[in-house]
Design a protein around this ligand. Structure first.
Ligand code: RNT
Ligand code: ZN
Length: 424
């Protein structure tokens, strides 16, 4: 079956779409020009179910879980890079990569508190030759010293110090990325710390976490090279009753220390959306990192689809004129489908939602709102859902030399046949 539109159909449809948007005062060309400047930070961990290369035998811990057993998972750095190259080729635009501490390139085991930029130098070379910016994450999970569920807020000072030193090491690595690639790397701290059942003392671990973070961030690093972010969470598997790094905790921390706050779409109550939070938090913190994800009933990290939630997030970034201050990263891991397909589908959706947001007739909507014409506002918001945004998206993909429509799946199937199926 051939699902593909011809070049002529793509152009004809785009020309009609452009006129439809122009009638609402929206310039589709300008929207595409903005879209191509916005990088999405793909997360390396979708490629191998958050395994990393520190110790391939070690299972995942820290209250996160990848489910599924789809064949062809990347088993080493070369395979992961090859899969990433494939994924990027299916996504229009230039995008970034978020690495984790456990994705080091070293023939020998390196303790996490002794990680150095040299252990990630080959990633920098790869990023440079592929025009990717890099971001980073310390890895506070899947480790013997994290197995009781506590890291930076651990009651044991020695264990705490180990994780503080890991945090310090990762900032230096992150800064080496930013210096080498000419674009700041965001180093995002997420820790799993929390209790399965009701705590007797909620205060002390939070006090220890503040002190540990302050130690990690004690040295000033050039913000042109590294930006620090902290990621909050409501609960995790095994930390259902109490999470030390809650939203209130990190919002206060980020605001008082002027750090970036990371909002993961799966880290709140199921009916709570991070979209509404942006226009508040932007007043108090310098910048925001997003972990765009999709929770199904819980923080399940499903592949991002074109939901209302995703559209609201992108709308808010655009409506707040905050594309420079809100960094879009992804955080999902589905091991039950083709992993390159997961990256391609999720990232293309993030780009599509951003395009939809850029095609919004903001002035018109605001005029209705300011005049108190809420019926007109609702009618227009609903009408926009039926405008031919897909025609603009197809044309944009074509212009960026990325596959149009379902063509990306042909490439994934071919890659599966020629590469993934050969992996043991
Ligand atoms: C876990 C956090 C965190 C991780 C990554 C792997 O709940 O969302 O961002 O997913 O660090
Ligand atoms: Zn996250």
């Amino acid at each position: 079956m051939n699902f593909q539109p011809s070049d002529k159909q793509i152009l004809t449809a785009y020309n009609v779409a452009r006129e439809r948007y122009a009638a609402f005062g929206v310039d589709a060309e300008a929207a595409m020009d903005v879209l191509k400047t916005v990088p999405i930070s793909l997360h390396c961990w979708q490629g191998d179910d958050v395994g990393g290369f520190e110790d391939p035998e070690r299972g995942l811990s820290g209250g996160i879980m990848a489910t599924g057993n789809y064949p062809g998972k990347a088993r080493n750095i070369d395979e992961l890079r090859s899969d990433l190259d494939k994924a990027y080729s299916l996504i229009p635009g230039d995008h970034r990569l978020a690495l984790h501490g456990s994705y080091l390139d070293s023939p020998t085991k390196v303790p996490r508190d002794a990680l150095k930029p040299e252990h990630f130098a080959s990633w920098v070379d790869w990023a440079k030759s592929n025009n990717h910016g890099l971001d980073f994450n310390p890895t506070f999970f899947s480790h013997d010293l994290a197995d009781d569920g506590f890291t930076l807020s651990h009651a044991d000072a020695g264990i705490r110090q180990f994780w503080i030193d890991h945090g310090i090491a990762t900032r230096e690595i992150s800064a080496s990325f930013g210096a080498a690639l000419g674009s700041p790397s965001i180093n995002n701290v997420w820790i799993p710390d929390g209790y399965k059942d009701m705590p007797a003392d909620r205060l002390a671990p939070r006090q220890r976490l503040i002190d540990a973070l302050d130690e990690i961030f004690a040295v000033d690093i050039n913000p042109a090279h590294n930006l620090d972010a902290v990621e909050c969470k409501l609960f995790g598997l095994g930390s259902e009753s109490y999470v030390v790094g809650s939203h209130e905790f990190y919002l206060g921390y980020a605001a008082s220390r002027q750090k970036l706050l990371c909002l993961d779409a799966g880290h709140f109550h199921p009916t709570e959306t991070i979209a509404d939070k942006l226009s508040s938090i932007l007043f108090y913190v310098p910048e925001i990192l997003l972990h765009v994800s999709r929770g199904v009933r819980w923080d399940s990290d499903h592949v991002v689809t074109l939901t209302d939630d995703l559209q609201s997030i992108m709308q808010e970034i655009v409506r707040c004129d905050a594309l420079e201050r809100v960094h879009i990263g992804l955080d999902f891991f589905d091991a039950s489908i083709n992993r390159i397909g997961a990256w391609a589908i999720g990232t293309r959706n993030a780009c599509r939602a951003l395009l939809m947001a850029l095609l919004e007739p903001r002035d018109l909507l605001r005029a209705y709102e300011n005049e108190g014409d809420f019926t007109g506002r609702l009618a227009l918001l609903e009408e926009l859902k039926g405008l031919p945004f897909g025609a603009v998206w197809d044309y944009y993909c074509q212009r960026q030399e990325a596959p149009v429509g379902m063509a990306f799946m042909d490439e994934i199937r071919e890659y599966e046949r020629t590469v993934l199926s050969k992996r043991g």
